[in-house]
Design a protein around this ligand. Sequence first.
Ligand SMILES: Nc1nc2c(ncn2[C@@H]2O[C@H](COP(=O)(O)OP(=O)(O)OP(=O)(O)O)[C@@H](O)[C@H]2O)c(=O)[nH]1
Ligand SMILES: [Mg+2]
Length: 439
Amino acid sequence: MNGTSSLIQLWQIPSTKLLARSKFSKVVGRYMVPTLCFSKDMQTATYEIVNGSYVPNDPNKLNKVKDKVLATQETVGAFQKLPVVMPSVDILYSALRKAKRVSATKGIPNAAKRERNKGAKQLDTLMKELSVPLRLYKENFPKRKLLHPYERSLVELTLGDGNYEEVLGHVDALRKKVTGVGKEHAALCAKSTSKQEAEERLSEGMKKLEEIFSQEGKAVDNLLNIAKTLRAMPVLDLESPTLCLVGAPNVGKSTLVRILSTGKPEICNYPFTTRGILMGHIAFNYQNFQVTDTPGLLRRHDDDRNNLEKLTLAVLSHLPTAVLYVHDLSGECGTSPSDQFVIYKEIKERFSNHLWLDVVSKCDLLQESPVVYITDNSDAHDLELTRYRKVGPDGAIHVSVNSEAGLNELKARVHGLLLSQSARIKSQEINLETVQLIR
Ligand SMILES: Nc1nc2c(ncn2[C@@H]2O[C@H](COP(=O)(O)OP(=O)(O)OP(=O)(O)O)[C@@H](O)[C@H]2O)c(=O)[nH]1
Ligand SMILES: [Mg+2]
């Protein structure tokens, strides 16, 4: 049995260890749901307390909630559906133009009445034209908790924790202010006792609303920038098999993405050249596969990781990708082979449910690397590390983009891995359909 097929079997029968990891069950919740939901449905009825008595919950209601939770967690692509946000000056000028075109209701003979009617209508129009777009933004920007966990991580890591909600909050506060001030001034205008007073009230109201929107419209412009940033995030099709390149910084991940796929990430000889999740595609066997390049991972505790590293972990945690793990044993990348070994062991252990392939990069530089001797008193860990420093993990393919050594084998193994990933996705879909039928 090769590594790939044994991993497939592992995945088909999730071990209790995997199920027990709360983070993990969220990660692959989609695939574990069949087992979990089925047994939970058989086991228990749930109750809520109404007027001091336990009343069983309506199972249909619960299923609807469950379906909604599943629906929110299973789909990505919310960023592509974000509403188009207009720059605040455009909203303001368009609203002022429309308001000024409003005239008094026909047939009012009294000049004062006519003027206050016109003034109140203009202020009401201005208030509505300013506040309606803001309400639509507030309603149509999705709540973070309803996003797919991967997109939720992107919001947090690219915009900063809480920034998304804060900006939406400012937009809504502006809407409320505009509505309140607009109504107040329209009412004052409607109560004017003379034509002159109505004109003054109208002018005051217009000025006040314009002032508020000019001063606080920045919230709308911030929202516009957020929408731009989120819309530019790579779109991943969860149904399409994906290969994710992972490894320490500067080990040659992006170089391999360029070789393997249509992706054209930047390549430089310094760490963290790749500063986001970048996508490429591989067309093979009449199928389209996705490739994601990720920022490098350093040897450190999760709490100390930068947002770029956290992005990589978010991909591995929340997306059903196969992994191409890149090791640079040449001593060129800035992370020692010993440190890469530690990072590798941790990541491999943490994401052991992913289909996996190891590749040792830059093997054109390896001939010059020092020979490492194994001493008699070495323990198992030392032996594994010594072996790792010489040849990388068991089964790793050695490649060099410079000499082209190993590239054909790498491509063939990557294709095989993606076909296994494709079979895995199909069988998960069948599992899910079966569970839905049982329900
Ligand atoms: N000699 C040699 N150099 C290579 C090979 N592959 C990549 N490099 C060099 O290694 C350096 C880093 O390559 P990248 O592809 O940018 O590495 P990365 O892992 O994407 O780096 P980050 O995005 O910063 O994490 C570049 O200078 C590449 O030219 C190889 O096979 N042989
Ligand atoms: Mg890179």
